[in-house]
Design a protein around this ligand. Structure first.
Ligand code: GLN
Length: 244
């Protein structure tokens, strides 16, 4: 069976609003496609696995971000190298912020990031909370839930993940959410986001398969997976109609 190794970053401190569900969803989808998913949970002080096909990270409170940032610095070079090689990554909210240059918290602490994305985040007294709906060139309509004090700005021209239809996204000015570089994606969408956006999940799986096995097309989905995707699409529609 073809193995796919998933690194789940800082699961103990950084898995807000069900973001850990992204790990479970990817693992389950991989199994439905006939792969053998192997999840490596990583917390400060652990070793990185030898082989990494995909990296997932979630959101967290400022305190969680403070707990992990110095360990993250030690792993920064390896993670930047993996991102440059095109390893698919999905970073939600707090980890998205720390995959940028820094997060300046409300209490004035500057938490350094690892600069996979050329962007920075600064907290304001507004908390951006509610359903977030956006249109993405790559994935169509994406839906999730945002809750952050940090507002994120690009330092150079970056591709965003989607144009905000309702909600806030990166900040209160630009009207965009998230960022993509190579196959690394950052976003403010919690949910877990992959539960209502199966195309995003398949993107990660497709890239992992291509990098490891040189095959670009995913196997055709089983009837169970087709049914799951029908339900996910309905959930996406229903959530996108809900007021904030
Ligand atoms: N602590 C960060 C903020 O408030 C991230 C929050 C989150 O991950 N939901 O901006």
């Amino acid at each position: 069976m073809r193995q796919i190794d998933i690194l789940s970053l800082y699961t103990n401190d950084m898995s807000f609003y069900g973001d850990m569900g992204n790990v479970l969803i990817v693992a389950k989808r991989l199994a439905f496609y006939g792969f053998e998913p192997v999840v490596h949970f990583y917390n400060p002080g652990d070793d990185f696995p030898e082989h990494i096909d995909m990296v997932l990270g979630g959101g967290g409170q400022d305190s969680g971000q403070k707990n992990i940032f110095d360990d993250l610095q030690r792993r920064g070079e390896r993670l930047r190298e993996l991102a440059a090689q095109g390893v698919p990554m999905l970073m939600i909210c707090g980890m998205y912020q720390l995959f940028g240059k820094y997060f300046l918290t409300n209490s004035g602490k500057k938490i350094p990031g690892i600069s996979v994305f050329d962007l920075y985040t600064e907290a304001t007294s507004d908390r951006l909370i509610g359903n977030l709906v956006e249109e993405s060139d790559l994935f169509g309509r994406l839906v999730g839930y945002e809750n952050h004090s940090g507002q994120t700005y690009f330092s150079s021209r970056l591709r965003s993940l989607g144009k905000v239809v309702s909600g806030s996204g990166n900040n209160l000015k630009d009207g965009f959410d998230g960022a993509i570089i190579n196959n690394a994606i950052g976003t403010y969408l919690h949910g877990p986001v992959l539960s209502k956006n199966p195309k995003l999940a398949d993107f990660l799986i497709e890239k992992a398969q291509l990098n490891r096995y040189g095959i670009s097309q995913l196997p055709s989905p089983s009837p169970v997976l087709k049914r799951i995707d029908e339900l996910a699409t309905k959930a996406n529609e229903a959530a996108s109609r809900r007021p904030r």
